[in-house]
Design a protein around this ligand. Sequence first.
Ligand code: CA
Length: 223
Amino acid sequence: MRLLIVEDNQRLSEWLARLLRGENYVVDCIPDGESVIEGVALENYDLAIVDLGLPGIGGIDVVRHIRAHHATIPVLILTAEDAVKRRVEGLDAGADDYMTKPFEVEELEARIRALTRRSGRLVREELRYGPLSFDQNTRQFSIGERALQLSPREHAVLEALMRRAGATVSKEVLLEASYGFDEEVNLSVIEVTVHRLRRKLESDAISIATLRGLGYVLRLAQP
Ligand code: CA
């Protein structure tokens, strides 16, 4: 799952990004509203976190822009403690929820989970595909009773495959899902990640098949 943070306070956004990456989210940070409006591919994101106190183009306009161009992406706004009026403006502009600074990270994470569950892409608490399950609250993959220990990249790739289980997913889509835009990588890293994932799945019942030139597909073994 990929998150966008729009926040001019670099220390705050880096701290937040590090924490969320630790929870296996892929995170991109943007320090200003101009960059969002001038061409961030919003469809790549599952949620946007927008600080309302941005220099230049303000957070409210960023929220309006996101709403106008991408109706379904959940938007969480960050506001200063006493800014009730701004918060109301933000919600009226189309934000789904808010956090006031300073905030507890556990609460932010819970709100992110709630918003992404509600967004329509995720409706159930648990995704299942054959023996593989993914608990959307703990963000843990398991095969049967065995919890999988995955790196953040492996987690992101498996999550992208799981959400389209049975369908072909291109390397480009997997790269989008697992790397932020400031990371210089090429498609071959996906082959390495898939190779590692296959070893960790260790199941006869489920496999990641390669469709040469097309991508990968998460498949159940034929009975
Ligand atoms: Ca700010």
